[in-house]
Structures are given as C-alpha cells and as structure tokens.
Design a protein around this ligand. Structure first.
Ligand SMILES: Cc1cc2nc3c(=O)[nH]c(=O)nc-3n(C[C@H](O)[C@H](O)[C@H](O)COP(=O)(O)OP(=O)(O)OC[C@H]3O[C@@H](n4cnc5c(N)ncnc54)[C@H](O)[C@@H]3O)c2cc1C
Length: 474
C-alpha cells in the first residue's frame, strides 16, 4: 500500500542512529527539544551492529578460547573446542541487547523514531523514503538538522565486496563458515584486530600492507609488540605491496599484489578481507539542496560547535573532521544537541582517547613526546614496563608499558601511550587527568589499589618525576 507523502515538523531532525546520532537525539530530548531521529537500517549504527561491539564480542570470545588453550605455564591444560555459529549467536545476542536498549532509551527521552532513508529536499526540509514495498515517503520540516550518517568501508578498485570471495568487515563479522585461509588487505586497526580473531580461530592469515609497518600512525614501540605477537600467532606479513586484482581458482582465489617497482606477487587463498579504511557517507544526502559540499577529505567542515557552513545544519561523527571513533561521535552529538538548546557547549579535542583491541592492546590519549616538542613544550617522559608490575605477571600478560608525557615546567599531563594488558581500560585515567588539568604529582600522589595494572600509571608518573619505586630511575 502506498501511504503517500506525509508532512511533519520537528525542532531537531537527526539523520542516522549511530553513536553520534542516537546520542544527539537522546540529549536533545533530555533538553526538552522536539526531536526526530531518522534511520534507514539499524539503531546503533555501524558501531553497535557491524563495528565496535560485534568485533569486541568476537575478540573476547576468541581470547577466552586462546587463553584456555595456552595456559600450560600456569598449570592449566585444556583443548577448547570452538563452535563458530554458537559464538556468532552469542555475539548477535550482545548486539540485540544493545540495539534494543538504544530504541528504548530514545523513546524514553521522547525521541520520535522514523525508519527510512533521508535526503535534503530544500532548505529546512528532509524527504524520507521508506524502503520496502511501496510504503511511500514523508517530508520532515526541521528547524535544526544534525547529519550523523557515518561511514562505509572503502572499496579497493577491482575488489568489490561480494560477500563470498571478497569481504568487508561487516561481512567478515557474520561469516559462519570459516575459511582455512584468508588474505587480509590492510594492517590498520580493523585489519589487525580481526586478523587476530581469525588467527586465534585457526585461520591461516596473510596480511598485505602497502606501507612498511602495521598500525601506521601509532609509534613504532607501540606497534612492534602487536606485530610480534601476531607473527607468533602465525600471521604472515607482506609489506610494500598493494592488492591489484584477484581471480577465482577452484574453490579459492588468487590475489595479485604489486610493489612500487611494478613487481607482482601472487597469493593463493580461500577468501579476501579488505580493510583499507572507511569513507564518510554523504553522497546519498542530496547536500546540493542546501548548498553544502564535502571538503577534500569527503567530510563536512564544522566549527567548534559542530555547525556546518549552513547555520542550522550540524555534522557529527564519521562525517565530521577528526578520528572516526564512536566516543568522538557521541561527544559531538551531545555538544550539537546542547548548542541547539542554547547551552554554552563547545567541542574540545584536548583528550580524545583511542584504543586498538589487538593482542596486546594499544591505547593512546593526547600528545606523544615528539608532538609535545613540536608544540613548543619541553616534555618530561616517564615509562613503566608491565614486566615490573606484580599484577601483570599474575595474569600472564606482562608485555608492554605505560608511558606518560608531561610539560616539564608545570608538570601538566599532555599525553599517555600504553601497550599491554587492558590498555583500553587504563587509558581512561589519563584522559580524565588531562581533561582536569592534572599534573604528574597528582597521578603519582594518587593511591592506586595493589595489585592492579593501574599501578603502572602511577609508577610511570613517578618515573617522569625521577622517583619510581619499581623501576630504575634515569
Ligand atoms: C569493524 C569496526 C570496528 C570498529 N571498532 C571501533 C572501536 O573499537 N572503537 C571506536 O571508537 N570505533 C570503532 N569503530 C568506528 C565506529 O564504528 C565509528 O566511528 C562510529 O560508528 C561512527 O559513528 P557515527 O554515528 O558517526 O556513524 P555510524 O555508526 O556509521 O552510523 C550512521 C548511521 O546512519 C545511517 N544512515 C546513513 N545514511 C542515512 C540516510 N540517508 N538516512 C537515514 N539513515 C542513514 C546508517 O544506516 C547508520 O546507522 C569501528 C568500526 C568498524 C567498521
């Protein structure tokens, strides 16, 4: 049945219900604004449905199996059997619980939910097309609009995702029949996280990377333990190669990759997983209708209140400048909603933490030593290795370290880098410290529970001050 064109009005229209959009909608609802959230696919966006949450669920599940099967040193002998479909069911249960929660929270905060694909239809107007059998479309007139349409996996030319031979991360996370072998194109964080899962499940993984290192953008001493452990898991790295083409070969495929001199190498494998990054989704929004254009990076330029060049249109999350991270999207969503409600909110990117959930984990926040120098600071640096941490040794994971970077003059914390167990959790202490303007003395003087991994943060701060207890001071 064709419903026809219905017209409604709203104070705030939010397009996209990922961690940017649904958070913006909930915050706007809390602030008493009339808000309509439009989503074409699934509440929770990439993060909850196809990204952060399902990937971390599988990382945890494979870690349980891997730990159990590799604990002879602790006197534990086990040979865990993994049922992949059951593991995927469990992962889907986690996703369903969270996405159902998003819908409930939106409704509890008075958010009107509209299912469909939105595009601009003139200034102050969105057209929402309801997919499916002739369910028509509707027009939503808005006073303010928040664009939160996120990102999609970049496709390498010649490697179009077919869900069978060539997979993107979403397809990989739903794969019930594990292949025996997989070529992974790209050693960025998604490639490295999911390669680790595959390797722990017994898949023969080969990674092709165009650059000559894993996790480009992270300091070498953070990335090195991750690469080393990946190699111990059997992952085979090939650097300086760009995936060029593939062709079917019996039940599998042959991937051809090329180096910068044009020399080619062939890889026989069952399936290819392409993880070369993500691009903002703006092409389906009919931005011309409001006179907006993406910048050279394909994003919408925004000011420190998340406002685009069009006054009543805001952009947050992966379509806005900055790192493509869920928590960054959510913070921008809160700020956009507060600005619309007339609150004195503004974005401040002083301390955006980032984590890579590899084995070991990497987490960073703020400035590295060289970034601090570039910004004119005289950095004081302190470092504490996990092999000097009692707690790390009791968990059997003592690779890595905590490093703090502070301004030598004032002692103010500027940044921290961690590689090792629970790095993704430990980094929160430094994000808070930087946000609060804490000094090395503050962290060093804080009594930390013993024995915990968090003591390493205190020791790193003490090391920068020259009086660490459990490591040698310089
Ligand atoms: C495998 C993987 C692992 C990741 N792991 C992490 C992690 O551990 N930590 C982290 O911080 N980040 C992680 N990310 C990145 C994170 O998922 C994104 O940064 C985050 O989801 C961005 O949020 P967003 O709200 O901007 O967009 P999205 O989450 O992409 O949501 C956008 C939503 O908009 C909808 N939409 C798009 N166009 C329209 C339209 N025209 N009309 C209506 N709806 C529309 C989409 O359907 C989607 O639901 C991961 C990503 C992937 C792929």
């Amino acid at each position: 049945m064709v419903v026809g064109d219905v017209s409604t009005g709203t104070e705030v229209a939010v397009v996209g219900a990922g961690p940017g959009g649904y958070v913006a909608a909930i915050r706007a609802g809390q602030l008493g604004l009339d808000v309509t959230l439009v989503e074409k696919d699934a509440y929770g966006g990439t993060c909850l449905n196809y990204g952060c949450i399902p990937s971390k669920a599988l990382i945890s599940a494979t870690d349980v199996a891997h730990e159990a099967g590799n604990a002879e040193e602790m006197g534990v002998y086990a040979d865990p059997e993994v049922d992949v479909p059951e593991m995927l069911d469990w992962k889907d249960g986690v996703v369903d619980q969270l996405t159902g929660g998003v819908e409930k929270l939106c409704k509890a905060n008075g958010v009107n939910l509209v299912e469909g694909r939105a595009e601009f239809a003139g200034s102050d107007k969105l057209r929402v097309v309801h997919d499916g059998d002739g369910q028509g479309s509707e027009t939503i007139e808005y006073e303010h609009c928040i664009v939160a349409t996120g990102s999609r996996a970049i496709e390498v030319p010649g490697f179009e995702y077919d869900g069978e031979h060539v997979l993107n991360s979403r397809q990989l996370l739903e794969l019930e029949d594990l292949p025996e072998s997989m070529v992974v194109v790209g050693a960025g964080y998604i490639g490295m996280e999911l390669s680790t899962v595959l390797a722990k499940l017994g898949v023969d993984v080969t990674i092709i990377e165009m650059l000559d290192e894993v996790l480009a953008g992270y300091q070498d001493d953070l990335a090195r333990p991750v690469k080393q452990h990946a190699e111990e898991l059997g992952i085979d790295f090939h650097f300086g190669l760009a995936a060029d083409s593939w062709e079917e070969d019996g039940d599998g495929v042959v991937v051809t990759a090329e180096d910068e001199d044009g020399e080619t190498t062939e890889f026989e494998t069952e399936t290819v997983f392409v993880a070369v990054g993500r691009q903002p989704v703006l092409d389906t929004l009919n931005l011309e209708a409001i006179g907006l254009e993406p910048n050279d990076n394909g994003r919408l330029d925004t000011d420190d209140q998340a406002r685009t060049d069009v006054d009543n249109v805001y952009a947050i999350g992966d379509v806005a400048p900055g790192p493509m991270l869920a928590h960054k999207a959510s913070k921008e969503g809160e700020v956009a909603a507060e600005v619309i409600a007339g609150e004195p909110a503004a974005l401040d990117y002083m301390a955006v933490p980032a984590a890579v959930f590899t084995d070991p984990e990497i987490a960073t926040v703020g400035l590295t030593e060289s970034e601090a120098e570039d910004q004119g600071f005289d950095p004081a640096v302190g470092k504490f290795p996990f092999n000097a941490s009692g707690r790390a040794l009791t968990t059997g994971h003592s690779d890595g370290f905590v490093r703090v970077v502070a301004d030598d003059d004032s002692g103010f914390l500027l940044g921290a880098q961690i590689v090792g167990p629970e790095a993704s959790e430990l980094i929160a202490e430094f994000a808070l410290a930087i946000e609060m303007g804490a000094t090395l003395e503050d962290v060093a003087a804080t009594i930390h529970t013993h024995p915990t991994l968090a003591e390493a943060s205190m020791e790193a701060a003490e090391h920068a001050l020259g009086h660490a207890i459990h490591t040698v001071n310089r």
